[in-house]
Design a protein. Structure first.
Length: 74
C-alpha cells in the first residue's frame, strides 16, 4: 500500500515540476530563448563529452548537465 501511495505522489510531483517548467518557458521572452539556446546546447555537449583527468584517464561527468563547482572550475 505504501509503495502505491509513494508512486502516486511521485507522479504528481513530476507532473507539477513539468507544469512549472512549462509555465516558466511560456513566460520567457523570445530573444532570451534565442540568446541562451546555443549556450545551453554547448553546455550539454561539454558535460557529456569525455574529458581528460589529472592522471590522463578519460571520464564523463556522472551528474549530466547539473551545474557543480567542479565543472565551473574545469
Amino acid at each position: 500500500m505504501a509503495n502505491g501511495l509513494y508512486a502516486a505522489a511521485e507522479g504528481r510531483a513530476q507532473e507539477a515540476q513539468r507544469a512549472g517548467l512549462q509555465a516558466k518557458k511560456d513566460e520567457q521572452p523570445a530573444n532570451t530563448i534565442r540568446s541562451y539556446a546555443l549556450k545551453q546546447r554547448k553546455w550539454r555537449v561539454w558535460c557529456h563529452k569525455p574529458c581528460a583527468g589529472p592522471d590522463g584517464t578519460l571520464f564523463t561527468w556522472p551528474d549530466g548537465k547539473l551545474i557543480t563547482p567542479d565543472k565551473l572550475t574545469a
